[in-house]
Design a protein around this ligand. Sequence first.
Ligand SMILES: [Zn+2]
Length: 572
Amino acid sequence: MTVSQDLVIKNAYLVDPIQNISGERVDLCISNGVIVPKVSERAMVIDVKGALTLAGGIDSHTHVCGAKVNVGRYMSPEDMRAGRTARQGIMYPTSGYTVPTTYGNSYRYSRMGYTTLLEGAMAPLKARHTHEEFAATPLQDMAANVLFDGNWNLFEAAEQQDYRQAAGLIAWMLRAVKGFAVKLTNPGGSEAWGFGDDIASLDESVPNWDVTPREIIDTAIKANEHLDLPHSVHLHCNNLGMPGNYTTTLETMDIPSDLNEKRQTLYMTHIQYHSYGGSTWRTFRSESLAIADAVNKRPHICVDMGQVMFGRTMTMTADGPMEFRLYTLHHNKWSNHDVELETGAGVIPVYYDRNNLVNSIMWAIGLELALSIKSPWQCMLTTDNPNGAPFVKYPEIIALLMSAGYRDEQIATVHKDLAKRAPLPTLERELSFDEIAVMTRAGQARALGIIDEGKGHLSEGAAADISIYPIWPELMDPSVEYEDIISGFSQTLYTVKDGVIVCKDGEVIQKNKNKTFWSDAKVPSAYAAEKNPRFIEIFERFYSVQFRNYAVQDEYVTRGYPLVRTGKWEEE
Ligand SMILES: [Zn+2]
């Protein structure tokens, strides 16, 4: 770890929603990697003259590390050629545009002011690979969602509606693979895909099991809250990408009750892909307003956008059957993978075309959701990178949300029938810097449960992860000067990580060593999965690996940062 010199950032125009600071000029003092009230006179001083200053950006759903990301890399040599950058200073060469190399991801995120990333989906059996790539994404602290959607042991617990047994399994698994949170992708669907099938409704049984997606989701949420994990269950709903799927999404929202006072009880990811009306691609339309209305009525649910932007990208998900359907539409390359008793994955490249009506409606839906969900704390800015678009498109999305004029300009370039199928042209809301700050860091910190780890805000004692943008809010109107919003959010003046300036004017100038957040949940021995003979028996009988070889060794996670939770066992 680089030892940081004391630092003062003078005249910062600070927007910090967690502290209720909405654009005040402040001087930020930094020592030993954290925000402090004052520093010695020897500190380095930078006067940023009213530049927009935010806590480091947090991406609460992105795919940057692990097995399926790597499949995306090696199945697209054309993409590897697209994003090449040469060695510069301490920066390694990079390649790839939609699925860059790990350093490519890390540098580009740092240039945009991002300092913390949640990998959206890690197959537990592939965890070593993910952690190796985390170590090579040095400018961001990392965490991983762990896939439980096809986990046979979770199915057993859900069949018996025994959330304590599920909690024991989840706690063991998160510890074994150094994972952060529980991810369910098309619950039950990836298991069904092993038999060439999918799950069509929340109440359809998984093949060979007496369990439904509804029961899997309900059991996982109860177990998650029983363990009191930092983050809630992170759900990719059933029927992703299907016309008419919004009814499944609405039904799913009724599963959880409000079980947590600090954060949401359910995080529904890339909600754009789950807000579709019509019954076929010909009758496809937006149902964003119905979804937004349901979110507005449920403060215990939060979502991320999964915004689609036009152009070429790569899709990758544990939702195997969905990727096969997408392949039958595109007839391009397709990769499909099954991960033993746990989950699966599919990868295909796509091109979102602004002349195509369906693609235009998809583009509109993400924006409609962000503009119609009243509280930005319930809606995070994402593209489900790289599924909807590579994350380098975030500045354009911010501009679209802050400027109705820019939206009108873009609407004029998409399919002419958009207005008949999507309400975007009628929406007038323009988001403020405060709202953008919530949707790109403060809201994520709350949703992930890492405010107490000093993330998402710049209070005294918080991590000195800071993004300073060449945007002067006192002197500009984002509604009109949207070009300056795009360029300003594309490249910081300074990105500070743990008190050290790691990126200046787009160039990474410091090596950094990141940490990996993982959840260490305590379980009484009666519920400890590793002491349950039935669990061990299933494991030894069906896995290709032996139980004793399964857990990720410490040398893969040398800078692990466990978040210890004692859960609610004592209250029983
Ligand atoms: Zn995703």
